[in-house]
Design a protein around this ligand. Structure first.
Ligand SMILES: [Zn+2]
Ligand SMILES: [Zn+2]
Length: 359
């Protein structure tokens, strides 16, 4: 429950609500779970982190929207991350609702459930070693590997979805027009959902002017008003050797949602906002600037680890916690892949660990 004891629920009108479900010990604070009414019962977009407090808030929130859990018809998941998909198994158990997700993220869920901790450790150690991570960073991982154990991942018990969300599909939701927009980048199977219905505030925009744009976009983590989502290498122990370009995917996906030009965006964190196209342009400019900055750093050949250390973060490198350093290196690598693909950087032939230089 929130401090006030009542869930923070916003009625966005037209049969759409948001419920702020807390994420424990996380600066993001909460996931905005959306509830969309249909003729066959309400559906949830995302469910929240698997935590007792979050669960209580979600149940109370569904109640504040005027429904009970058993009314739920389905659950649409924007992407597999635990702050979005964490409570899905519990919701399905309590309601009988189906769970739907894009196939690429379902693959990640399946592989995460099936992977042994050792396999994850091998994957992580190999990836970090190739990135030039120093021995003192690898030591704790090697130690865990030698003991045969490993960290437990939040996704290990994640629910396997019942249905697939196909790109471009108009979802089978009686009484609503909700279309799936595949937006890979933050994860390989991230989807946004476009509610192709007149915005309920279309003609009541304060001054009586018509609201620009069409419909509303549930944007998950893809498009957020004040923060940029993490774009790193896709986390998948079976993808070794597969050269994906998550940042390239993300930038393409940004253009895709910019072209939709929704009247309002309902993201999974922070708050609802208008001006999607402007926000898309801002984010594209941000990444272009960052890529140019990294290319300049690569005038001196660097490993991905060295590049991550040289990049600007929200705090000095020395203060970045152990686990977050892995995420930072993954983000540096995603940018490197983009630069290589654009022909702005190249791998130094024969280098080990992998070393890159500007072209
Ligand atoms: Zn996410
Ligand atoms: Zn998130």
């Amino acid at each position: 429950m929130s401090e006030a004891g009542a869930p923070q629920v916003i009625d966005h009108r037209g049969g759409v609500w948001s419920i702020a479900v807390p994420i424990p010990d996380n600066p993001l604070g909460h996931t905005l779970v959306h509830l969309v009414e249909t003729d066959r019962g309400p559906v949830l977009i995302d469910t929240g982190w698997d935590d007792p407090d979050a669960w209580d808030t979600l149940v109370a929130g569904v109640g504040a929207c005027g429904f009970t859990l058993t009314d739920l018809h389905g659950v649409l998941i924007t992407h597999h991350h635990p702050d979005h998909h964490g409570l899905s198994a519990k919701v399905r158990e309590a309601s009988g609702a189906w769970i739907a997700m894009h196939a690429a993220d379902t693959d990640v869920v399946r592989r995460t459930r099936e992977a042994e901790p050792r396999q994850w450790l091998d994957f992580l150690i190999a990836r970090l070693a190739t990135s030039g991570a120093p021995d003192d960073h690898l030591a704790p991982l090697r130690e865990a590997r030698a003991k045969g154990g490993g960290r437990s991942l939040p996704g290990l018990r994640a629910a396997l979805p019942d249905r697939e969300i196909a790109p471009g599909e108009l979802l089978d939701l009686p009484g609503r027009r909700l279309r799936a927009i595949w937006t890979p980048g933050h994860t390989p199977g991230h989807v946004c959902l476009h509610l192709e219905e007149e915005h309920p505030g279309k003609d009541a925009h304060g001054d009586g002017s018509r609201r620009p744009g069409f419909g509303r976009l549930f944007s998950g983590d893809h498009l957020l008003p004040g923060i940029t989502p993490h774009i790193g290498l896709y986390e998948d122990p079976e993808s070794v050797g597969e050269v994906t370009d998550p940042l390239g995917d993300y930038l393409d996906s940004l253009e895709r949602v910019g072209r939709i030009a929704p009247a309002e965006v309902l993201p999974a964190h922070q708050h609802a906002f208008t001006g999607a196209e402007g926000r898309v342009r801002e984010l594209i400019a941000h990444h272009e600037e960052r890529l140019a900055g990294l290319r300049a750093l690569l005038r001196v050949p660097l490993t991905p680890w060295q590049l991550a250390v040289s990049m600007e973060w929200n705090r000095p490198w020395e203060q970045i916690p152990y686990g977050s350093r892995n995420i930072a290196v993954s983000e540096a690598e995603a940018h490197l892949r983009r630069l290589v693909k654009l022909g702005h950087a190249e791998l130094v032939p024969g280098s080990d660990p992998a070393t890159y230089r500007a072209v």
